[in-house]
Design a protein around this ligand. Structure first.
Ligand SMILES: [Zn+2]
Length: 173
């Protein structure tokens, strides 16, 4: 498969860059963790360890934050942290493959005009059972539903996708 030009970064900075002193994992983090930060460290400083550039480091401190704000720390060697980075990349690549397979089912060509539909962004609808309270028409059990909207530039046909399934805009096939 060709490299997707819209591929999202996996890290906020290049973990192999010798001048990098910290790296944040943007996606592909281990299951159950919401946030992982890596700091390169060496001996010295008030607490015995300090954050340094990668090319001066002898270890790495990983801070994992779980969905419930539960925090856990782990110290790895440089070889160990490179293994961790490779695992993160592999997970992110797996997510990309799943996403690409889903996108491959979606054809955003207007069924009447056979031209590519334009992405208009998101719109939010409030849905619920209408009911009369006093003189006002109110809605019970209201729920905001966000939809991604596409429109045929020729005939105006609208297509809607609920939030939470695909990444939008879906790249052109
Ligand atoms: Zn059309």
């Amino acid at each position: 498969m060709a490299e997707d030009s819209s591929a999202r970064p996996v890290f906020d900075s290049d973990p192999a860059d010798p001048l990098t002193d910290r790296v944040k994992v943007l996606r592909g983090a281990p299951e159950g963790t919401r946030d992982v930060r890596v700091r390169f460290r060496a001996g010295g400083g008030l607490l015995g360890r300090r954050t340094v550039r990668r090319d001066q480091a002898d270890s790495a401190l990983l801070t994992y934050v779980g969905g419930d704000e539960y925090k856990q720390e782990e110290v790895l060697t440089l070889a160990g942290v490179d293994e961790f980075f490779a695992e993160v990349r592999a997970r992110a690549a797996e997510e990309d493959a799943v996403e690409a397979a889903k996108n491959a089912c979606v054809h955003l060509r207007c069924r009447y005009c056979d031209v590519r539909a334009e992405y208009l962004g998101t719109r939010t609808w409030v849905v619920g059972e209408p009911t009369m309270t006093g003189t006002a028409l109110r809605s019970l059990s209201e729920e905001a539903v966000t939809q991604h909207v596409y429109r045929c530039p020729r005939c105006g046909l609208l297509e809607l996708f609920a939030e939470g399934f695909l990444r939008h805009p879906v790249p052109e096939a």
